[in-house]
Write a protein that binds this ligand. Sequence first.
Ligand code: WQD
Length: 337
Amino acid sequence: MGRRETILACGGAGFIGSHACVVLLLKGYDVIVLDNFANARRDVLKHISKICGRKPHLIQGDIRNRACMHDVFANYRIDAVMHFAGLKSVSESVSLPWLYYDINVHGTLNLLTAMREAEVFRLIYSSSCTVYGNAEHMPLTEDCARGFTSPYGHTKLVVEDILHEFAKADTRWAISCLRYFNPLGAHKSGTIGERQLGTPSNLMPLIVQVAAGERDFLRVYGNDYPTADGTAVRDYIHVMDLVEGHLAALVYIQENEGWHAVNLGRGKGTSVLQLIGTFETAVNRSVPWEFAPRRFGDIPVCWADPTLASRLYGWAAHRSLEQMCLDAWHWQCSYLP
Ligand code: WQD
């Protein structure tokens, strides 16, 4: 039995990162979680260990800390990195751009410097469908024009370009930029999930809070979009499908150098009202809602063409919207604030 490969999960205590740790540990990888716990809680590590029967190793640290990142690679033999660490609120980035560029761009450059010094060249990067900006034509393929409508989206686009230049300058780099669409749901155990510290801005956590009676009603932002029911359309994907896509990408970059970008979505568009209706039926709870004005920075429609992920990785999302709703609700019911 060869040595287990060790994966460094930057931001591994967060929503996507913690679910990725579960699939990595269950697949037989060793995992080191680096997290500053700015948007995650320590008990996530305990739940990951309980699900997997194995512990990830924890390092509390910040990717912006040069010395910390150097020490991580000096003290541990790391085979590849999954980089989840960063801020992701579109609206917050508009009011705090300096914070978003510092963490999402400067922090990533710090990580890349430490990787290069340690000669670790395999990287899976959490990119986003926001790099497509205000795209007109759907579904989105990886060669669609990119753009940005917020500092958050700009940081994702800038880091993709930085990684591309690194890979062009040094062929040892093997980099996969995974463009997430809208991750929903939680692990079936209900012990890890999307736990926004503070008030959530994403749709599903708010639907769940209204259904649980923690909020009186949901605001539906905009009813005049050019869609079937006038509400905005997104490509919702189960977080477990998303992280299984990360596993497939990790296998791919073990054999393939260079830079590439891949959409991780279901390839189906769902409107806000359709998601509310699906949730109410699946969970058998009502979600009172009212129309409100459009939210600044929102785009009307966004969904993926997931063909490239299927061709390169042999991966496709398979969990249904109903399953996303049931797992998100299960997580809410088991989550002690
Ligand atoms: C979805 C839809 C809202 C709240 C997110 C992440 C972003 C990126 C893509 C990873 C929109 C509507 C929401 C509410 C509503 N992910 N809405 N009432 O904006 O697509 O972006 O996914 O990179 O980082 O933030 O997701 O869940 O905020 O909104 O009507 O109370 O729900 O207008 O149409 P979004 P979201």
